[in-house]
Design a protein around this ligand. Structure first.
Ligand code: GLA
Length: 389
């Protein structure tokens, strides 16, 4: 998505609404490891990336929400007293969902003009939706009197997506969009929401490769994976009443009851149990500087997502294979929900640009598709911007 400076967005807003806005930003994210573990109360290791969604806002004298976008031609005007009760299948759903969630949390909303500009590539698995939700929540909250702790903002945005948009996503994307920190990944415990910052050495970059195959969280496969995990918990908790989520299951417990789990459910559980262990080990390896081991764990994660969790696709597998042997490459995997979207590669900083052009060329040759490739470093989340306002 084309970048637009804050000044340009402000000018565009003033042309549309004839008043000066305040502007709130929230970033997309890339998950380094820990895929499909968040809704199993497990661990994830995402970073915010330097693509931001910005929401410009000004108060109105009436009770209308006027929603505009720099990317989409459709304008939406709603009265706060009669917001659409169901999603419309349009970009405004994320903003309306957040408005509903804020009202549900007891925040009084007032009429407002909003203009949205998103830089996060849509449908690429880099959480354009979480970025829009978080930036909208902060913008709408800025007009009221009450402030909400940032953790509550993240939870509220997740509930907007769960309840209004209908995608049963976990907390990872909204959380890292709020709490990301330049130069760091977040080792997040998705049960307690405690997190530790893990420093990412400057000698590496994340090269994100977009297969250009659109993915959609709200499509049935994502929700089906959740149900399969819940089925696993339901069966295993008959043997171990302490098990509330797959987070609580040890590899030994899982292996001991392999025979009572339907084979597909067993595969899903195996992925989640092993992936949680990989996340914790990856954080440790980043700390000790063992980047070769981080690369290996990323490769293991990809194979597990492909073979056990079955959320990869041909293009993602080709992109992962295409990285092998390019100088400076430590490891790579699909990132995000899957079924399309991006891969993330850990690459030596000095080699990142040449890695980017070589992988793009290889992928283009094998698939006929020209990929977008982004060389990224961990960026600040929305919370950082709030502090400097
Ligand atoms: C999507 C969801 C996240 C997470 C990932 C898979 O990005 O929004 O909550 O479940 O998929 O790890």
């Amino acid at each position: 998505m084309a970048k637009m400076t804050v000044a340009e967005l402000s000018e565009r807003f003033q042309r549309e609404f004839h008043t000066a806005p305040r502007i709130f930003s929230a970033p997309g994210r890339v998950n380094l490891i820990g895929e499909h573990t968040d809704y199993n109360d497990g661990f994830v290791l995402p970073t915010a990336i330097g693509f931001y969604t910005r929401v410009a806002i000004s108060p109105r004298g009436d009770s209308k929400l006027a929603l505009r976008s720099t990317e989409f031609p459709e304008n939406f005007d709603f009265d706060l007293a009669s917001l659409p009760p169901h999603k419309l299948g349009a970009w405004c759903d994320y903003v309306v969902g957040v408005a509903h969630a804020l009202v549900g949390a007891g925040c009084a909303l007032s009429g407002a003009n909003l203009l949205v500009h998103g830089e996060v590539p849509i449908g690429s698995g880099l959480s354009s939706s979480a970025a829009l939700e978080v930036a909208s929540a902060l913008a709408l909250l800025s007009l009221g009197n009450g402030a909400l702790p940032l953790k509550n903002v993240a939870k509220l945005c997740q509930s907007a997506e769960n309840e209004f948009v209908g995608a049963r996503v976990g907390i990872m994307d909204q959380f890292v969009s709020c709490f990301g920190k330049e130069g760091h990944a977040l080792l997040l415990d998705c049960r307690s929401l405690d997190f530790e910052l893990v420093s990412i050495p400057e000698k590496v970059k994340f090269v994100i490769c977009n297969t250009m195959v659109k993915h959609q969280n709200s499509s049935g496969e994502y929700n089906r994976r959740r149900e399969e995990c819940e089925q696993g918990v339901e069966i295993l908790s008959r043997f171990y009443p302490g098990i509330k989520a797959l987070r609580d299951v040890s590899p030994i417990q899982l292996a001991a009851h392999a025979a009572v789990l339907p084979p597909v459910v067993y595969k899903r559980c195996q992925h989640v149990v092993e992936e949680n262990a990989r996340v914790v080990e990856t954080a440790r390896d980043f700390r000790s500087g063992n980047l070769a081991r981080v690369g290996d764990l990323m490769g293991d994660s990809h194979r597990s997502l492909r073979d056990l969790y079955e959320v990869s696709c041909r293009e993602l597998d080709i992109m992962v294979e295409s990285a092998q042997g390019i100088p400076g490459f430590y490891g790579g995997r699909m990132t995000g929900g899957g079924f399309g979207g991006c891969t993330v590669n850990l690459v030596e900083s000095g080699q990142a640009e040449s890695f980017a052009s070589q992988i793009a060329e290889r992928y283009r040759t094998k698939t006929g598709i020209s990929p977008d490739v982004y060389v990224c470093s961990p960026a600040d989340g929305a919370g950082a911007a709030l502090k400097i306002e």
